[in-house]
Ligand binder design. Structure first.
Ligand SMILES: [Zn+2]
Length: 446
């Protein structure tokens, strides 16, 4: 998007010195705020307009959220590790990727140990999002996968003082030296690579796209080059990463923050760069229970209370450096508020519902019960001519359900004891349930 690049260039001219200082002290987490700030300089009503639109969307999202649905939502993830031949450190080990999934599960289930560091005044407004993440077990072709794609590249992505989104977006395209997305409505795609052009002092830690078509993100602040998902700089990723940057403590919260955006939540304050454009109390995330603050926070300062609040059940709260959607240091972040959680769950129930109905997590074997059942169930032959037999060594009663590749349940003809006739050729998923657990296996009728 040329306009976007031009805005960055112009913005660089007007604020380069201050920005440089800020960027050196505190690497930026997101690429979006720059454009919003600049657009507001050009049109003083711009932020007011988008904030009004956002708040309207918040009301709509809250109305759409099914608060009776207390289910735990599980989001399938695929990591695209795009590593440059010049720096094999970028080819992060599986253990780093898996540990990042663990961080997400702790943070979105409020199981992270550092919640004890949260100031007690925030207790009434924070919660467990009941959202979990799991590496995909089935790829877009219906084949088993570990949810990790590795691409070796000679392409340089990003670089320069301000983020060049067109260059960064190449990491999302195989033909441009990156890795093509998997079906973005069924997988959370997260690309990991160098998006700072090989710079030793990265200025951009990550970028994510919010759900499409939401009024809470101005259309012209999101580069259209970006494919849906999140892109994370390799040294800002994970918490057991041998290649982690040294200037900033990295404990996996870059991804927590970007996934928050992916699920529709904005920053706690959109006024970035330490108030370069002044302090603005009304410029926040539109949520009642995230404390209003005049600017994004840097560091872990707990003495600021920049704007007055009237939060139900909590009153006036200080600026919340504990919030994952602030720019504060990762070491002091530990919480989402219930308002943020409501938005994310509404997005999963509506705009991103394809993640929850995806077959990406079929046949994932995760626990002892599942392992036992998986070992005791046989579905054969596979591939078949359409006639399959399902047997089990278990004494327990089992229930067998067939799904087609569209996720629709199909009822094959029972033609013998435990023998089924599938009417059409194609990929099927067979779910076997006992009282204790469920497993799913993929079969092919040809
Ligand atoms: Zn952000």
């Amino acid at each position: 998007m040329k306009l976007f690049n031009r805005l960055f260039t112009l913005f660089c001219l007007v604020g380069a010195t201050s920005l440089l200082v800020q960027a050196q002290q505190h690497p930026e987490k997101c690429g979006f705020n720059h454009a919003v700030e600049y657009l507001n300089q050009q049109n003083p009503n711009y932020k007011q307009q988008i904030n009004a639109a956002y708040q309207q969307w918040v009301i709509e999202a809250n109305a759409k959220e099914n608060k009776n649905d207390k289910s735990i939502y599980v989001v399938p993830v695929v990591f695209h590790v795009v590593w440059n031949s010049n720096n094999p450190q970028q080819n992060l080990d599986d253990s780093v990727l898996i540990e990042q999934i663990n961080v997400l599960n702790e943070d979105f289930r409020r199981l992270n140990a550092d919640t004890v560091n949260m100031r007690s005044g925030f207790a009434p407004v924070v919660g467990d999002a009941q959202i979990e993440f799991q590496l995909a077990c089935i790829d877009t072709n219906g084949n088993p996968t570990n949810g990790i794609v590795r691409v070796q590249t000679s392409t340089t992505f990003g670089g320069g003082f301000l983020p060049d989104m067109a260059s960064i977006a190449k990491i999302q395209n195989t033909s441009q030296g990156g890795s093509d997305a998997w079906n973005t409505s069924e997988y959370l795609n997260i690309w990991v690579g160098d998006i700072n052009g090989g710079s030793a002092t990265p200025s951009l830690l990550g970028v994510a796209t919010p759900p499409a078509g939401l009024s809470n993100w101005p259309a012209n602040s999101i580069p259209p080059e970006l494919t849906d998902g999140a892109i994370i700089h390799y040294s800002a990723f994970g918490r057991n990463n041998p290649a982690a940057m040294t200037a900033t403590v990295i404990n996996g919260r870059t991804v927590t923050h970007e996934v928050g955006h992916y699920l529709g939540v904005r920053h706690t304050a959109e006024n970035t760069f330490g108030g370069l454009f002044g302090s603005i109390c009304g410029d926040d995330d539109g949520l009642t229970d995230t404390p209003n603050c005049d600017q994004s926070q840097q560091g872990c300062v707990t003495t600021r209370n920049s704007c007055a609040d009237t939060i139900p059940g909590a009153g006036d709260l200080p600026d919340m450096v504990e919030n994952y959607m602030d720019y504060s240091d990762q070491t002091c972040q530990n919480s989402f508020t219930n308002g943020q959680i409501g938005i994310m769950r509404s997005v999963l129930q509506n705009e991103r519902n394809g993640l929850l109905t995806s077959f990406a997590l079929s046949n994932c074997v995760v626990g002892i019960e599942e392992n036992m059942l998986a070992n005791n169930v046989s579905i054969y032959p596979n591939p078949s001519n359409g006639i399959v037999t399902v047997t089990t060594n278990n004494e327990e009663k089992i229930t067998v359900i067939f799904f087609n590749s569209m996720g629709q349940s199909v009822q094959p003809t029972l033609i013998g004891n435990q023998q089924y006739q599938l009417d059409n050729k194609g990929i099927y998923f067979v779910t076997v349930q006992t009282e204790k657990t469920t497993i799913t296996k993929k079969i092919v009728a040809q």
